[in-house]
Write a new protein. Sequence first.
Lengths: 591, 680
Amino acid sequence: MSKVKGTVDQFTLEIVGDSLIAIGEEMFHALARTSMSPIIYEVLDFASGLTDAKGQLLTQGNGVTGFIGLLSSMVREVIEKYGQPGALQPGDIVIINDPYGGGGSHLSDVGMVMPIFYEEEVVAFSANKAHWTEVGGKDPGSWTTDSTEVFQEGIQYPCIKLFERGRVNQALVELTAANVRFPEQSLGDMWAQVAGLRTGDRRFRELCEKYGRDTVLAAVEHLLNHGEQLALNELKKLPKGTFEAQDFIDDDGIGHGPFNVQVKVEITDDEFICDFRGSHPQVPGPVNCSYSALVSSVRTLFLAITNSSQDVNDGMFRPLKVLADKGSIFSAERPAAVSTYWETMTYGADLIWKALAPVLPHRLSAGHLLSVCGVVLAGTHPDSGEPFLVVEPTTGGWGAGADLDGANAQFCIGDGETYNVPIEVAETRYGILVQEYSLHTDGAGAGKNRGGCGTIRSYTALSDGQTITATFGRHKFRPWGFSGGQDGSRNEFEILKTSGEVCGPFGKYARFPLKMGDTVRMTTATGGGYGNPLERPADKVAKDVRNGYVSVTQAKEEYGVLIAPKTFALLGSTQARQQLATDRGMQDANR
Amino acid sequence: MRVAVDIGGTFTDLFYLDDQNQIGMAKCDTTPPNYDEGVIDVISRTRIPGELIDTFIHGTTVIINALTERKGVKTGLITTKGFRDVLEIARGNRPDLFNVRYQKPEPFVPRYLRLEVSERLNYKGEVLVALAEEEVRAAVAQLQAEAVQAIAVAFLHAYTNPVHEMLALQIIKEVWPEVEVTASHQVTNEWREYERTSTAVLNAYVKPIAASYIDRLDNHLRNIRVRGNKYIMQSNSGTTTFAQAKETPINMLESGPVAGVFGSVVLGKMLKEQNIIAFDIGGTTAKCSLIDRGEVKVTTDYHIERNERSAGYPVKVPVVDIVEIGNGGGSIAWIDDAGLLKVGPQSAGALPGPVAYGKGGEDPTTTDANLVAGRLDPGNFENKVDMEAVRAAIQKRIAQPLHVSVDEAALGIIRIANSNMLNALKLVSVRKGYDPTEFVLVAFGGGGPMHAMALAKELGVRKVVIPVGASVFAAWGMLMTDLRHDYIQTYIRRVHGINLGEVNEAWKRLEDQALNQFREGGFSAEQVVHVRYADMRYVGQEHTVKVPMASGRIDELGMGAMVDSFHELHEKYYTFKLSESATEIVNLHLTSFGLVPKPELPKLETVGDNAERCLKETRPVLFEGEGWVDTKVYFRDRLNPESVISGPAIVEEPSSSMILYPGQVLTVDAYGNLIATTGV
């Protein structure tokens, strides 16, 4: 009878690896559970995870994609600053939101890092980063579309200790409370992050107790190598060569622009290099993106292309290189304004997407709304007389792929497990009446596969003195179609005043004043299409017309399909469609 | 006599309790698509005459199957002007974060069948725009022309004032009496228009299916002269009448799985255990649910087809809070692209099933690994197991690519499966702030007894209970149920300065509604018990905490007690409380039970420990960290109460086996349950 040995085998390493991933999830839920601010526990605009002693990411729980490059570089920033022996002690927690250094994005995203000690040695780091609703600055909610330097955007934490040997730095807490508009919320978030870090610390040490330090560290290596191997396997399946894309960012919110951005992607057997050099220098308005945030967006697309699993670690990113000019819009330097950095960050992902979609049509779709379409609406509730603040993203259309139509009404790539606010909840909490929440069926993004619809959402102010700040990117440069598919439509918002006057449409506006009865109408983009519209099966076009996604006229002009307006019966096809069918040697143009 | 029949994916199980307090069970194959035939089959196997059945309780997968297989009817929706796309926009979330080709779940009603009518209420329930009745008529005519078979009606803010929905229902009944209709307020009175609309639509979509199924079953039962009370198990762990089940079939989606959880509560009461983790391993999934102080946790945050890849569809009705993962006896072991061993979520199902079933399965499963490890006896299968084929499958698919022996591979599969299930168990316990050492694990389903002892020890649970008839325990749970209806009313009020008269009025309305419903089912007021909860939160928060409330008239003191419990519970679940902050009520939740008399369960005769006389054999079994160990195997059904067995040991019964590890000890209790200590 064979004897199964009791030493460390690969299954043990695997089980410890699974435990690490489970710890990451537990840290994530601990933070969501204890947070005080809706943007954390509802929008899940935060991430938490573990790194090894060198700052390599082992596991990360995410509610949105935007943090995927931030945790490990933030930990490495801490290692660099506190590298000398004894500089970090058990119980220390470092707080950091510097946009330009490791792990930086904008001041609203506050990071925390805790060294995990086992047998008097740092064995790992517990880290998280969360979007606080308030970090002070010139405008409520801290982000705005017209700041010109970082000093207008809130309080800065330059990688300093919030806890020393388990004791809180009370001066720092009081300083924070004095600099933000809703101290109870911001400090609540701070404690929630501390609780999340300590959960990671405790669980990691328990794992060392149970399996022994050496087994855990071996499992860490195993996990990272496995991640790298998965990425390399996927890399092998990709086309090799250099692929380029160029695009334009609308403006910076204060009158400059458009700005050229570009990428050159080089794929080899073991490397995936994204070179953004040559993109526009940093700009006066707040759309500048930090290098760390750029890395997040590149990683997001890299995962979209290579990874079918959601368990992510730094091993997977070993083949990845990201190049950008210092001081450019993709790698901004102090004191550039960065508060709406995501308008540029999402371009980092979109450029790679656009460069590779034609060669990876089964893995990538056409361009989508791209912008978070963020809205801040402030005012007084007419019934309670209390102030309210809406901070929310907006859903829009996604692009079509080689074998699917684009999705309707989804949040952009920078978001993720993000939920819209129900109308019934919004009308109860905020002083508004929602007039419409519908699909934006403009029929843009025509193609063999169609772009998904954007949405139309209208708010009527129910009290005087409300203001709206919004940033809707892709207002001037529309979502791209590919392989013959047409471009989508743009994002925009306009104000319909009771007087009948219409203001806008706008892409960005800070603090537009609303009186009772004024309506804000927000319309988001339809995604790009894939393939020649004349090749879309006629029965699908008929179904689209019946459902109102495409008009009878568009069916004829774009798709070459003739449809009866009332019965939606197929009447035939245009000459262009027949011609194409003949050219392709098809028997039946209606197929 | 009480008879419970539970239809599962593979088997239809029956459990009965006769008037002499004797229990019995039976099993037969599930008979899709005519599931009612399996019910009659299994009853006939017991040879119980229909006349003797005074209570018949039924759990069924018919409704969930109709939804997941899209076998419902063509359904139309009538909704508020400006909002017909709410059903399609849904919530905009993308659980599969890094997937740029995310495919949103397709709405059950396509856009051209979603019609708008002029009407509008504000959040206070006040009418801003009156319902345009002629537009409703026109919409119905249009849907009739499109030949829909069911119509859902969902208007904004109907949860707070259903006046327009009721009027629309009346018009539809008038214009087209034959069509099945569901208005949102009939299935849920919580806010959030997408979730409420989705619930109404899904109910309408399956209503004709439910009606024909229940009518057919009822006829069959009449034919075999069952004239007693007939009930259907609902997802809230209570039952309802056949008539009500036809109106709101959406309440029976989880009717089978929750019965096992409810059974655990009843069993816990008999054993004087209040804190329980119910754990059920079937062929394709493992399910667990935590019972805190004797109460099943019920939530309305339920979705079908929701997972880490898809947002699924919300169903806002009360469902027992169960965590389910794709890990069961039939879960397939495989190796990923980079050489890691994985188990599940793909399952070999009932067909072809594990390699051991000999029905053509080639992928090794957890069951196959348990056979190789000696934990299952090939002689205990219905078919003759070809062990060579089982070993060969593990050799080819797992051992060879990983360069390990077949034994090592089999043990690896078991360990990885356990690791997956352990994470699910942690999810309902430690991660929600509960300490597993304070809980008892009740393990059932075919695979529960096999994995329970290893998992309980790992989790830190001290005591494990394997109930009698573990593999048909859900049916046992159904035997013990009462009728139950939950009424959840969104009612947003700050506690400070609340109008007590109005709150009492609101409770009275809910209780009257409950009494009326029970009266229709033939219950008197004395048989009905009400339990009140308030869903509460701090002002400005989103998530709520369910707080028990005293019954009767509420005064200042009662409100104070409720707020105190809220702070305390908030601290337990979310680690902090804000004693100074304002609190508000979001929902009033009334649970009403229609109590039915139930006989006591029989105790077995105590004639002393007879374990040694129940020995089946001694065979080598592979244990983690120990290697092959000669292990005693016992026949479960011959064990007397008070028998004591020490691990390593295996206790076998016809469709399941319990594995006891070295150092663990079990005792047979007076009812025949196996009570084991884990050695924690």
